[in-house]
Ligand binder design. Structure first.
Ligand SMILES: Cc1cc2nc3c(=O)[nH]c(=O)nc-3n(C[C@H](O)[C@H](O)[C@H](O)COP(=O)(O)OP(=O)(O)OC[C@H]3O[C@@H](n4cnc5c(N)ncnc54)[C@H](O)[C@@H]3O)c2cc1C
Length: 378
């Protein structure tokens, strides 16, 4: 058994962010850390977007930054400005390269690539590359064998490079609902990196994940409809479980076995956004460790969001055809600061109230009652 003070299971966004923070905050000066990652090497596989309240933490990894985004429904478009918290996109490959470069300078950090974790027994980790034991384990692996999430945010995106200028590089098309809503909430999402290069995604919220060819057909149809002709330079796919429950032992964090990332339920259930929560969680976790060497797990999201999101997800599941109008109205009738703060876990009670009051009362009360009923009969 190879022994370490800390072991991180999975060197994805949360694993690498935590390692970066532990290193940056000086927690690894006389402690050892091992990261176990199944990929052979890192490549671009995700584009992480978020409203940035943090003053651009990874400037060299940012590939897009916008002060305006739009929402479209029934041919009506509203533009929303957010200069105080711009919408930014990080290229995952740039992030992986930047963080792994930083980690290489510390001899107390070992990263084992091409290493598949096979079984976990307490703090003993068995892999195809030998066995490891850690005093503290940070686990970013999602184990769906004990539960089935009822809702996913699932999407497929293509980066298109065109010969002609096709995109307005100043405005992110955050949600364009003018598309089929059969079987779930559906919208197109466009990140315009320049006038002739954009990442276009078809995004669904539903219980059932589609075949890749179906998403591809949707994108092809959208490109034809918008008369966008060009070459596809990159694709990405995701299916994010939105309501992971605390069911089995390992999905709950214990003092020295801590779930992180999406597996640690850092994904915002109503939106799928996770990036900012992972940053705050990792900064605070490393800060706690540095300050008093204790293993306090930060609680970075107020419980009110979990409660409100459960009702929101219930509406999304049962009344998905109303959702485009609900989202459109949410952005139209609130000031951008309130809405963005709410969606980014940073709203105060006044902003919460504004957001709640802009929701259709009957639908939400009905789903609140349904939610309470389900809790009682459980
Ligand atoms: C395509 C995509 C785009 C996204 N875009 C956004 C966005 O724009 N904004 C946002 O806020 N969130 C976004 N998300 C959600 C979330 O931010 C990401 O999923 C993020 O990567 C979650 O980080 P994580 O560390 O929990 O998981 P991951 O980054 O997936 O890391 C888990 C790691 O564990 C490794 N692993 C898995 N199984 C094993 C095993 N058995 N042995 C060893 N290693 C293993 C994987 O290879 C991976 O590297 C996106 C998700 C996807 C899939």
């Amino acid at each position: 058994m190879k022994e370490f003070d800390y072991i991180i299971l999975g060197g994805g966004l949360s694993g690498l962010t935590l390692a970066y923070e532990l290193n940056k905050q000086g927690c690894l000066e006389n402690k050892t850390l091992c990261i176990l990652e199944k990929r052979k090497e890192y490549s671009r596989d995700k584009s992480w977007s978020y409203w940035d309240f943090e003053n651009n933490k990874f400037p060299n990894c940012v590939i897009g930054s916008w002060d305006t985004f739009s929402i479209t429904l029934n041919q009506k478009t509203i533009n929303i400005t957010c200069p105080q918290s711009p919408y930014r996109t990080i290229d995952s490959k740039k992030f992986y390269d930047f963080v792994t470069d930083q980690l290489r300078s510390n001899d107390n950090i070992v990263t084992v690539m091409d290493c598949t974790i096979q079984t976990i027994e307490g703090h003993a980790i068995h892999t195809n590359k030998g066995n490891y034991v850690g005093k503290v384990i940070y686990d970013s692996l999602i184990d769906l064998s004990h539960q089935t999430p009822t809702m996913y945010q699932h999407f497929f995106g293509c980066e298109v490079e065109t010969d002609n200028d096709c995109f307005n590089e100043n405005i992110v098309d955050l949600m364009n609902f003018d598309c089929s809503q059969d079987g779930g909430l559906h919208f197109f999402y466009t990140l315009p990196f320049s006038k002739n290069k954009a990442l276009i995604e078809t995004t669904w919220y539903s219980k059932i994940i589609k075949k890749k060819s179906e998403y591809q057909n949707e994108i092809d149809h959208y490109l034809r409809e918008k008369n966008i002709k060009g070459k596809i330079t990159y694709t990405e796919y995701g299916a994010i479980p939105l309501n992971l429950k605390k069911t089995n032992k390992k999905s709950n964090s214990s003092k020295d076995y801590i779930k992180i990332g999406s597996a640690g339920r850092l994904t915002r259930a109503s939106t799928g956004y996770t990036f900012q929560a992972i940053q705050s969680f990792s900064e605070q976790l490393a800060g706690n460790l540095k300050l008093d060497r204790n293993l306090t797990v930060p609680n970075i999201r107020h419980k009110k969001y979990d409660f409100l999101d459960e009702i929101f997800l219930s509406v999304m599941e049962h009344e998905y055809k109303s959702m485009p109008g609900i989202f459109f109205n949410l952005f139209k009738s609130n000031d951008s600061v309130a809405t963005i703060s709410f969606l980014s876990d940073r709203s105060n009670w006044i902003q919460d109230l504004k957001v709640i009051l802009s929701m259709p009362k009957l639908i939400f009360i009905k789903n609140l009652i349904l939610h309470i009923y389900k809790k009682i009969i459980k």
